[in-house]
Design a protein around this ligand. Structure first.
Ligand SMILES: NC(=O)C1=CN([C@@H]2O[C@H](COP(=O)(O)OP(=O)(O)OC[C@H]3O[C@@H](n4cnc5c(N)ncnc54)[C@H](O)[C@@H]3O)[C@@H](O)[C@H]2O)C=CC1
Ligand SMILES: O=C(O)C(=O)COP(=O)(O)O
Length: 314
């Protein structure tokens, strides 16, 4: 029997489906999880981020880690690489709610919702003539993976021009044109909205920096739903203050939770959600479906879904 450690309890019914596949299942809450002797022969770890307290170097039989997240930046990648442990993620598992979140925020920015919420709170009846339509506008996605694809699909009906940036400029369905990472500024110059949907890797640290903001149109709208550190937050703040960026919607930050003294909280043109875009009532259902399929493949010796390319880092 293969021993599997789950750091989240999917409930009796679902966990018994895993046991029926032939696993000896241990369930332990992730928070403050420490190594104990019973974890010695764990072969499969299904988790989000137990790595700050759980010493996986003591789990000598560990062969496969299934993350419940899409981002892998919380995992000890060097150790995983060194030991030849397979790492799989939840790619695709949150792209529908995030696609919806992106559409919502493009519209909120264009329609100035934040100002209306404020006026409603204060019972103020005043027309806002600064509203724009998104029809005919250009929306550029930095990264054309599952998040951008689901957003692009949902934007089709709005009559927008959808651009995408990826590693080699390959065409992706749903995008009017794709650009390679070497010519990022050519795309940025065209965009009314820039949406960051790229993984955080060594290569993408502060990918969006002073020079990239300079390349963008004056009055661009900026959205980040990937990882905070893909963007130089100091530069983002400067560009928001100067008006170069007209408004932003941010779900992720260089430091989370966002500090109380961050100027972003008080900016009247910034929408903030607390790394919440991935949440919907379907999250556990979809996550479990992937976990189940993969655990079945693992016992049957088949190739797993969503294997992370440790060289590329996503
Ligand atoms: N805010 C949230 O709750 C969530 C955030 N995320 C983040 O979003 C990221 C993207 O997710 P997916 O779309 O599912 O990823 P994905 O793996 O499907 O797509 C990644 C895309 O980025 C491109 N890319 C990667 N490195 C690049 C580079 N250096 N230059 C140009 N293009 C590059 C790839 O070509 C691909 O188009 C995740 O890695 C994760 O960090 C994911 C889920 C939830
Ligand atoms: O899956 C991801 O990468 C996400 O960002 C989702 O949010 P989480 O990291 O699970 O809090």
């Amino acid at each position: 029997m293969k021993k599997a450690l789950f750091t989240y309890d999917y409930g009796k019914e679902k966990m018994s489906l895993i046991k029926e596949l032939g696993y000896d299942v241990i369930i332990k809450e992730e928070k403050g999880l420490f190594y104990s002797e019973e974890l010695k022969d764990v072969e499969v770890l299904v988790c989000y981020d137990p790595f700050s307290t759980l010493d996986i170097t003591k789990m000598e039989k560990l062969k496969w880690i299934q993350l419940s997240s899409i981002g892998i930046d919380q995992a000890p990648i060097d150790y995983i690489k060194e030991k030849g442990i397979i790492l799989t993620n939840n790619k695709g598992g949150y792209s529908i709610p995030i696609g919806e979140w992106i559409v919502m925020n493009i519209l909120q920015l264009a329609k100035n919702s934040i100002k209306f919420f404020e006026k409603q709170k204060n019972k103020i009846w005043r027309i806002d003539t600064s509203i724009i339509e998104i029809y005919g506008k250009t929306i550029g996605f930095i990264g054309t993976g599952t998040l951008a694809i689901e957003a692009a699909k949902r934007l089709q009906g709005f009559g927008v021009n959808i651009l995408g940036l990826n590693s080699n400029g390959r065409n992706v369905e749903g995008f009017n044109k794709c650009f390679s990472k070497d010519v990022m500024d050519d795309m940025l110059r065209l965009c009314d909205f820039v949406v960051v949907t790229i993984p955080y890797t060594k290569e993408t640290h502060h990918l969006i920096n002073k020079e990239r903001f300079n390349a963008m149109k004056d009055g661009v709208y900026f959205i980040n739903v990937a990882r905070g550190s893909v963007v130089d937050e100091g530069e983002l703040i400067k560009n928001l203050k100067s008006g170069k960026i007209k408004g932003a919607a941010l779900d992720v930050f260089e430091e989370e939770p966002l500090k109380e003294d961050s100027p972003l909280w008080d900016m009247e043109n910034v929408y903030i959600t607390p790394h919440n875009s991935w949440v919907s009532e379907m999250r556990n259902e979809r996550r479990f479906k992937l976990i189940y399929e993969n655990m079945k493949k693992y016992v049957e010796g088949e190739k797993l879904l969503n294997i992370v390319d440790l060289q590329k880092g996503y």
